[in-house]
Design a protein around this ligand. Sequence first.
Ligand SMILES: [Fe+2]
Length: 424
Amino acid sequence: MTEVFEFDNWSQFTETHWQRRPGVLRTPLTAPMLEPDYFSALVTAADDWLGGKLVRPRDVRMLMGDGEVKSNSMAPLLPRAEDGDMSQYIRRVGQYAHGDWHIVVNSLQQFSWPLFRAAKEILDGIYRAAGSVPAGLTDCHLIAGAYGEAPTRIHKDTATVMTFVLSGKKRFYTWPFEALVQYSRTPDPLHHQVNLDIDFREVADQATVVEGQAGDVLYWPSDYWHCGESDGSPHVSVHLATYTDNNVARTLDSLVSTALSELKSDHWLDGFAYPPQVGGGPDVAADKAMASILMDVAEGLPTRSQAKRLRRASAVNFEFVPGQRGSAFSGERAVVDERFPVMFERGVDDDKTLLLAVNGHVSRVPCLPWLEDFLTALNTAGPSGVDYRAHFGRTLRQSEVAQAVAAVAQLLRFIDSAGGLVHP
Ligand SMILES: [Fe+2]
């Protein structure tokens, strides 16, 4: 029988479960993730996919029976506003699919500010309680459809996963890493996604079952083997996956192979006017190209890695975040959510520049003498906010006030458009 845990603070969860053991959570702390309008996020994702706007088109995929639906057949099967809601969409595709099908959307948080905020609140609570942020990226996946009735293949990922059941029932069988590692043929299985070729029935009796229905959250640590089972009825679930792996050696390996394959391609020859003007053949062109890349990389690296670190830190490790929106800010008082202050740092290689990070959006602004004081005041003002015009009246000479107010109004509009201002 599955144990159900109720928590009222994330410290309890990190002490008993986070990266320790699987469980079913039914807790007020997870409730914010049940509120966003997932159907409209899904419709936005589908529209962006159809409009060719996705950085990674495979973030929207559909599977039917044993295979993936080809991208040129997907359009009529994608959700659209006329479906009305998730259950009517699932019914429409179900009539066509006759059985096992689902739609998978990765990085769903980029399509919905309410979802991004809910996920941020939960992850921030966990990371604070755990005292550290995992090395890898965080992502939010949605799966909707109807599975077949056989268990899926036993596998492990490199992510710790919280599965929020939105509708239908979900059951997962989970096993600790040591229990099934002998069946893996992959080198270093702890740090890789691994599928096992074993019959579920052989090991089912050793599994810890986590199952739940709408409102429940199923959790398992990143090193647990798992497989899902379904009764074939429609279901929707959303998954907060936090990848624990960020292997530098593997990243460098992939950079080197990308660079090598790029160097073989023709556009380098175009770029360096090979052969008549350069002379010395492709090796010289390649050497020059590589030297120039390395120089660029070396010069820009500290700043770029600083910006990347701030971007990730301000977005609880999400890489894809909702785009900036129009700013509604026009008032005298500016209020930020105290839990998510505006992050700011002087540039590592240029201390006349200030980097500001809000919800994964980064802006670089000149570091005027009063700016850091103002941002500190904004972050610590509490729910009443800071009256920014009065703030400058108190701290600056008359001649400086107008200039400061104009600069800060622009800054506040950036913070607002990145979702950082709270409108009382
Ligand atoms: Fe998985």
